[in-house]
Design a protein around this ligand. Structure first.
Ligand SMILES: [Zn+2]
Length: 586
């Protein structure tokens, strides 16, 4: 292995055309050379490993070449080119400001600037990581940059453009290097693999390209590392194993299970992923990326944003046909919610599992909503009755909201909101009666307009398992835990103050102390209902609330009150308190 040269060095581009993924920059530079309008100082900005230094060297070589081709490339044959290619040119001076950032370092460089080159036309000074120069060094350099001799060109390179002072920025022609696209990187890797006699699967190279985050240099180092494991052959499987990447196969499977609302399969898949040593957070981020890719694959115009190999692109296209936007957008938003809450969560596994359940119930809820509506539409006699119920519900909501002098906040994805035109939240207090009438009429209209396009949904598919009041109460505890898990601890506490009661027709009635608690519940009612319906396997469950008179004063706030409340339930506590000599005030 002594003669091993790292690919990043071995395949460093030596002409503008060989630079990968920076076409606009190389063609601008070429045009400037051609029209003899080359600036005196350049600032190359951009992420690491995207070709800044390579471009600087190529520029230096090209403008010193005695025999530039028509295509504005260095000839690679003249004396100057040869010395460049052997790294022996006296025309190029490189300073790495990351390690040489003192005033003395920069003075040494500046001292050389006055001397004209002995061979070739220009001396080129490349200062890498120029943002690392100390302020004094910057100042020492500024004068030279202001009035450089004709034979000197400066190329400053940085990964952190925002750290460059304006006086320097204004004196340079600025080039912003982009991250190299995944396809560009994987094509380049394919070229390197071929040149090295390595058989590499396209998907394997694609994966390396994706992992390199737009840095060609990183991708080549990764490529070298993986080759050292796998003797002239690079398979997708080996890359997955060595890079510890979560296989996209999982995401295709998980998405399919989400679409089918197959919660058991989802839990099993997630368990398998955890067993393989992956982190739940990475999984949820990966799932967001997958769903985003599916979203992008849905439209011809955005298909170009899908950075995947051809075979894989096809699979994304196929899965995207199964996913409606009305599924993808809430699903992405739930993934995002999970991602944000992940770090604070005490039970991370449960958080991810619950998120998966919530995503998988999106389609189910949509179907249910449709069935509610088609139920309304298809059964003529019952139509009015059902509709009136809905409208009364809306009325009550508006009433409550306006009473408490607040805008009714109806959650956009609740079933009521679907029947409610968007004008409702803008009701002014003075005209509430009038607006209310209008909105109801509008709600009716909207329902009737929709009826022609409404699909008939098989109501018999709705779940209708029986459950006892005890079972409901047990599940209620899970609801509270779930709500707290979702970061809504106030609501969690509210839900735990009084016990809910199971009424007829699967209606769960929850006593609450005041209207603001009712509103708090209404905001998340949809989420809670979904949880209950999934847990109890019954799609007919509804939640109603009742405000208990004087309920507010019953809530124990102080320690003393709490103790009194606990005493009601267990009088022996007083004996215990006395034995331990505790003061209930503290
Ligand atoms: Zn030449």
């Amino acid at each position: 292995m002594s003669d091993f040269i790292v690919s990043a060095r071995k395949y460093r581009p030596s002409t503008f055309n060989a630079v990968v993924g920076q076409n606009s920059i190389t063609s601008t530079l070429k045009n400037a050379i051609k029209s003899n309008q080359l600036a005196q100082s350049f600032l190359f900005c951009g992420p690491r490993g995207v070709g800044k230094t390579s471009c600087a060297r190529i520029l230096a070589k090209t403008i010193n070449c005695e025999n530039i081709s028509e295509n504005i490339e260095a000839c690679n044959e003249c004396v100057s080119c040869k010395s460049f290619n052997e790294n022996a040119s006296f025309n190029v001076h490189e300073l790495d400001a990351a390690s040489n950032n003192s005033v003395d370092d920069i003075r040494r460089l500046v001292d050389q600037v006055r001397f004209a080159p002995q061979i070739g036309e220009y001396n080129i000074y490349i200062i890498d990581e120029v943002h690392m120069l100390s302020t004094q060094a910057f100042n020492a350099f500024l004068k030279t940059l202001e009035e450089p001799p004709k034979h000197a060109k400066f190329i400053l390179a940085t990964t952190e453009k925002h750290k460059i002072i304006p006086t320097i920025l204004s004196r340079c022609q600025i080039f912003d290097f982009k991250r190299v696209g995944v396809n560009d990187i994987s094509n380049h890797l394919a070229f390197v693999a071929k040149s090295e006699g390595i058989t590499a699967e396209q998907e394997a190279l694609h994966l390396i390209a994706q992992k390199s985050d737009g840095s060609l240099r990183d991708s080549l180092s990764l490529f070298d590392r993986l080759i050292s494991f796998s003797e002239k052959e690079l398979s997708y499987q080996s890359v997955i194993e060595h890079l510890n990447i979560l296989d996209y196969e999982y995401y295709f499977k998980v998405t399919a299970a989400l679409l089918k609302n197959d919660i058991n399969l989802l839990l099993l898949l997630f368990n398998e992923i955890l067993d393989n040593g992956f982190d739940g957070h990475h999984f949820i981020i990966g799932l967001s990326e997958h769903l985003r890719d599916i979203l992008v694959a849905k439209d011809e115009s955005t298909l170009q944003l899908l950075d995947k190999g051809e075979a894989l692109q096809q699979r994304y296209l196929e899965q995207s046909k199964l996913c409606e936007l009305s599924f993808l957008i809430p699903a992405l938003s739930l993934c995002n919610e999970c991602d944000m809450q992940y770090k604070q969560s005490n039970n991370k596994r449960l958080l991810v599992e619950l998120s998966l359940m919530r995503i998988s119930s999106i389609l189910h809820q949509m179907a249910e909503k449709k069935s509610h509506k088609s139920f309304v539409v298809s059964l003529n006699d019952q139509k009015k009755q059902v509709s009136v119920e809905k409208v009364t519900e809306i009325d009550e909501k508006i009433e409550k909201a306006t009473e408490s002098h607040k805008k009714p906040e109806i959650e956009s994805n609740s079933e009521i909101a679907d029947l409610t035109p968007k004008s409702i939240p803008r009701i002014s207090l003075s005209s509430k009666k009038k607006s209310k009438t209008i909105s109801i009429t509008a709600a009716f209209k909207q329902m009737n307009e929709k009826k022609d396009v409404e699909e008939e949904i098989d109501i018999s598919k709705l779940r209708n398992a029986d459950f006892s009041a005890t079972r409901m109460l047990e599940t209620w505890k899970e609801v509270i835990a779930f709500v707290k898990q979702m970061g809504k601890s106030n609501l969690g506490i509210t839900l735990g103050v009084f016990l809910p009661e199971l009424k007829d027709n699967h209606v769960i009635e929850l006593p609450l102390s005041n209207h603001s608690q009712v509103e708090m519940l209404l905001e998340e009612k949809y989420m809670i209902l979904e949880f209950l319906r999934n847990k109890l396997e019954n799609d007919y469950i509804e939640i109603t609330t009742k405000v208990i008179k004087g309920g507010e004063s019953n809530i124990p706030y102080t320690n003393k009150d709490k103790f009194a409340k606990m005493m009601e339930q267990n009088p022996h506590l007083e004996t215990l308190r006395m034995k331990l000599g505790l003061d209930p005030d503290y």
